[in-house]
Design a protein around this ligand. Structure first.
Ligand SMILES: Cc1ncc(COP(=O)(O)O)c(C=O)c1O
Length: 444
């Protein structure tokens, strides 16, 4: 155990003991003392699609680094990159034929916003605001915290923000209470129409297909994205899908938007795009966006040292090849359905209010009372306690809050490697059930 009070690390919690983690294999993590943990959140969170310690990915990294890690992008092009961009465009829905890589999710979202801003400029508009949703997390730069709607993470920095705009998320468990699904969807669509009418300065709409950390795998109503896209199109506003967590097979489809009709103009990707073996993110862009910018003759006004480097492309390629060769998208759907049904069984415990999500992207929301959906006192830190107890049982999980007033309410997100087997799913549920029971019984 390491207490970080005297460490040189700038750290989140100086007063906690951290085991020294040493290695990982498959869905398992091992600390220096030899303890074994199941990684049920995919390393904070939804990162390790393939699991840990895969030789073929390390070898791809090694082989490319021996050849060429980075190249002078102002003078050369590179085959590893060219091949990789073709692969991810082929994996994306029809019409998404151009892509650009970067180091992670925050940068992917930031660059998608830049590209959308450039699109509206070449179309002759003078717009300057992003519309996104409360109860969403899109990354940690100031701009992306600003467009994000997770108060727990953004509020400290509000003085540095330019106040991008937000509408309500599509979150049926609490917000559609007493309404039909259709009436709830109508209400959200009306809110969007009103916001766009009041703010002609909006140039893009940003949303996660399934909300990850902020709302615990909250899925939209079936026609939500279709209707959102129709309105965006009517205003010539681009719809950016933040697929940082939901992309590359996590939801049992190639991308989260595949579940709802492929409605988007730009996809932001990271995490499972490389399973954490190398820092990688990407934007994948629909022809309608690319063609407009290209017709203007302008380059994409962006660029960073680690944009479009061969080393990242080689790892991304090996990662995608593995996903496809091992049918991991199908596995996420199949085993995800199984895991979800087992998690549904936990509703027998009266503190489990909701189980939701798609594929291996699942969430549990805790409540004090299943009928009223009353939350636990935030000072109880219920989901944090479950996370800590699960850790003692050898399960790495991810506790979050934010389903009520975007800052309160307890939930957990589950995103284990998409290689998961049925037996491993059983182990996760057994350990989780033990942890929840132990925490809950102490509160009774
Ligand atoms: C939906 C979503 N978008 C963007 C990000 C930011 O990605 P990164 O942490 O790689 O910058 C995250 C990170 O958790 C995320 O969940």
């Amino acid at each position: 155990m390491q207490h970080l009070i005297n460490s040189q690390l700038i750290c989140a919690d100086y007063h906690k003991d951290y085991p020294m983690i040493e290695r990982g294999k498959g869905i398992y993590l091992y600390d220096k003392a030899g303890n074994e943990y199941i990684d049920a959140c995919g390393c904070t969170a939804a990162v390790t699609h393939l699991g840990h310690g895969l030789d073929c990915i390390s070898e791809a990294l090694y082989e490319q680094s021996k050849k060429l890690a980075v190249h002078p992008t102002h003078l050369f092009y590179n085959e590893a990159l060219e091949k990789y961009l073709a692969s991810i465009c082929a994996f994306a829905p029809e019409g998404f034929n151009h892509a650009w890589t970067i180091s992670g999710g925050t940068e992917a979202v930031e660059n998608a916003i830049k590209l959308a801003f450039q699109y509206q400029k070449v179309k002759g508009y003078k717009r300057h605001k992003v519309l996104a949703r409360w109860g969403s997390y899109h990354g940690n730069s100031i701009t992306v915290l600003d467009v994000g709607g997770l108060k727990a993470r953004r509020d400290y920095y509000t003085d540095l923000m330019v106040d991008h705009l937000h509408v309500s998320p599509c979150y049926t468990y609490r917000n559609a209470e007493g309404m039909s699904e259709e009436a709830y969807e109508d209400m959200l669509i009306q809110e969007l129409e009103n916001t766009l009418a009041a703010h002609p300065e909006i140039f893009c709409f940003l949303a996660e297909p399934i909300v990850g950390a902020a709302l615990g795998a909250a899925t939209p109503t079936p026609n939500y994205f279709k209707r959102i896209k129709a309105i965006c199109d009517a205003h010539d506003i681009l719809l950016i899908a933040d697929e940082v967590m939901t992309g590359f097979g996590r939801t049992g489809t190639n991308f989260g938007i595949n579940l709802y009709g492929d409605y988007a103009d730009i996809l932001c990707c990271a995490k499972g795009i490389s399973s954490g073996y190398f820092p990688l993110g990407a934007i994948i862009v629909h022809d309608r966006v690319y063609d407009a910018i290209r017709a203007s003759g302008q380059p994409f006004y962006s660029g960073q040292t680690y944009a479009c480097i061969p080393l990242a492309a080689a790892v991304g390629q090996a990662n995608l090849d593995y996903i496809q060769q091992h049918n991991l998208v199908d596995n996420a759907r199949e085993v995800g359905g199984y895991l979800k049904s087992k998690l549904e069984g936990l509703k027998a415990l009266s503190c489990v209010g909701d189980v939701r999500g798609e594929g291996l992207f699942l969430g549990i929301e805790f409540v004090q009372n299943q009928a009223t959906k009353a939350i636990f006192d935030p000072n109880v830190f219920f989901s944090k306690k479950v996370e800590a107890q699960a850790f003692k049982e050898g399960l790495v999980s991810y506790a979050c809050r934010g389903t009520v007033e975007y800052s309160k309410g307890d939930h957990m997100l589950f995103a284990p490697p998409i290689t998961l087997s049925h037996e491993e799913a059983d182990l996760i549920v057994d350990k989780l059930q033990t942890a929840i029971k132990k925490v809950y019984s102490k509160l009774q």
